[in-house]
Design a protein around this ligand. Structure first.
Ligand code: FAD
Length: 493
């Protein structure tokens, strides 16, 4: 059976980042990337709806080790996909990717100190086994085959087309159509201005409003610095500026929710046409950052509203009708097309199951260690980015940390690293977001402890200290030598 030192699952932003870090920081290690799809890019290859773009800035969504050279701060899906592909090529990790390999399960053997990974070839149906010493799940956080789509009464009566943004039809033409977009998250606010360019009218139909903030599509500091400094010198400056600004606004929102609400309200008010019913459509019942804040580049959504190309309806759907949607208030929205921007289905670990020495692992019974490993699970990383800042900030930290850990195992003659749960247990949720897609799946996710190193900070500045400079052999981690004792006691050199 083929053996590699490290097996990475997924060739999205996180998986390619993990591969580049390994190549640079663990030069002697062999590794493979198994990817179930036929392309690099993950999210940025899957989603193809009009206008698909990042809603956090590319100077922090880009890798720390490879500058984002475009002056656009909010980039479209194709540009992000190219950036990931170019990174894989530049760091020479492309040839390590095996496409069409969906990882189904992994079994750890303590006696051999290795994982046996089972994958299914999505093109031929063949089963493939690979063994590895370290397994890194860079498989994102949601189901690829199916988005979240609640059932609506009367759906069968609707005479038009219903589309979920996760499965966008390539040949869709919005010209002259009346479109209702159900949702108020990042996808809905992206779709509305983009569809409105050609459609007769677009209505964003939301049950609950979101906080929506306009951000310059191009970063003025980046624009200025690019005339003064080489890209490599300018990139970290803009990156750190953005880290500090977003962290400061997040902290301000959590500590002073009333004041943050007022700031956001004032900013929104300035962008809306006179007489617009802000209290109904832009006044969420929750505090800023209880759910992810939506960013729109250069106020594109508000511009569409000002021009009358789009409108917002806030209310609960009673049923679909032959002609469109009827709300509980009795209001009717006629439509040729209904787009259900109703979200994602969370899927921890890309759907793979884990066993340790024959015993199944239930992730919901584990406590996460530094937001990247699971208690009782040796040599295994689960790469999940931030929910309150750019995903890659955290993924980069985790991928570097894994390299440190692997080098530490080699230097000290250990074969495995296994986190332990805190003595008091862990009962905090893994993700601190009230968003529907998170709440629907919290029960399947690991728990968090209430203190370091079992608490995920969701704060890049604190995590840099913890992950780059913090000790590897803290109270949450145990190390084992070859032929380890059955328990995961701390091995002493
Ligand atoms: C529409 C949309 C917009 C977003 N915008 C932002 C944003 O602006 N900023 C931000 O920080 N985050 C954003 N996110 C979150 C986004 O997912 C991350 O930015 C980032 O792309 C995640 O990268 P990843 O590699 O961890 O996961 P993914 O991009 O999901 O890639 C995972 C890869 O793993 C593969 N895979 C999964 N399971 C298996 C398996 N069992 N076997 C083999 N391969 C497997 C998948 O096919 C995929 O290629 C957005 C998400 C969505 C859906």
């Amino acid at each position: 059976m083929e053996h590699v030192d490290v097996l990475i699952v997924g060739a999205g932003l996180s998986g390619i980042g993990a591969a580049c870090h390994l190549q640079e920081e663990c030069p002697g290690k062999s590794f493979l990337v198994l990817e179930s799809r036929g392309a690099i890019g993950g999210t940025w290859d899957l989603f193809r709806y009009p206008g698909i773009r990042s809603d956090s800035d590319m100077f922090t969504l880009g890798y720390a080790f490879r500058p984002w050279k475009d002056s656009k701060s909010i980039a479209d899906g194709a540009a992000i996909r190219s950036y990931i592909e170019d990174t894989a090529r530049e760091y020479d990790v492309e040839q390590k990717i095996r496409f069409h390999h969906q990882v189904l399960s992994a079994e750890w053997s303590s006696a051999d100190a290795r994982w046996t990974v089972t994958a299914r070839r999505t093109d031929t149906g063949e089963t493939v086994h690979v063994t590895c010493s370290w397994l890194s799940a860079c498989s994102g956080y949601y189901r690829y085959d199916e988005g979240f789509r609640p059932a609506f009464e009367g759906e069968q009566d609707f005479g038009g087309e219903v589309i979920h943004p996760q499965h966008w039809p390539e040949d869709f033409d919005a010209t002259g159509k009346r479109i209702v977009v159900i949702g108020s998250g990042a996808t809905a606010v992206t779709l509305v201005p983009n569809l409105a360019e050609a459609a007769e009218h677009v209505t964003m139909l939301q049950r609950t409003p979101s906080y929506i903030m306009s951000l310059p599509g191009r970063d003025p500091l980046a624009e200025w610095l690019r005339t003064k400094l080489p890209v490599k010198a300018a990139y970290p400056i803009v990156r750190w500026k953005n880290v500090l600004v977003t962290t400061a606004f997040y902290q301000f929102s959590r500590r002073f929710p009333g004041a943050a609400r007022k700031v956001l309200r004032r900013l929104t008010e300035k962008q809306l046409p006179e007489g617009f019913d802000l209290d109904t459509h832009f006044n969420p019942p929750y505090n800023p950052w209880d759910q992810r804040l939506c960013l729109v580049p250069d106020g594109d959504l508000f511009r569409t509203l000002r021009r009358g190309q789009a409108s917002i309806a806030t209310g609960r759907i009673a049923r679909f009708t032959e002609k469109g949607v009827e709300l509980e208030s009795g209001e009717r929205l006629d439509a040729d097309v209904i787009i259900t921007a109703t979200g994602l289905n969370l899927l921890p670990m890309g759907g793979m199951s884990l066993r340790i020495d024959g015993q199944p692992v239930d992730p919901s019974k584990t406590v996460s260690y530094k937001g990247m490993m699971l208690s009782g699970v040796p040599n295994f990383t689960l790469v999940i980015g931030y929910t309150n800042a750019s995903w890659t900030l955290k993924a980069d930290l985790v991928n570097r940390y894994v390299c440190r850990l692997i080098n530490h195992l080699d230097a000290e003659g250990y074969v495995s690293a296994t986190p332990v749960a805190p003595p008091e247990g862990g009962d905090l949720p893994f993700l601190d977001l009230a968003s529907g897609y998170v709440q629907r799946s919290l029960g399947d996710l690991p728990k968090q402890g209430s203190r370091k190193p079992w608490r995920l900070n969701q704060n890049y500045l604190l995590d840099v200290q913890l992950m780059r400079r913090g000790p590897l052999d803290d109270e949450g981690m145990t190390f084992q030598r070859a032929l380890p004792a059955p328990s995961t006691q701390k091995a002493v050199a």
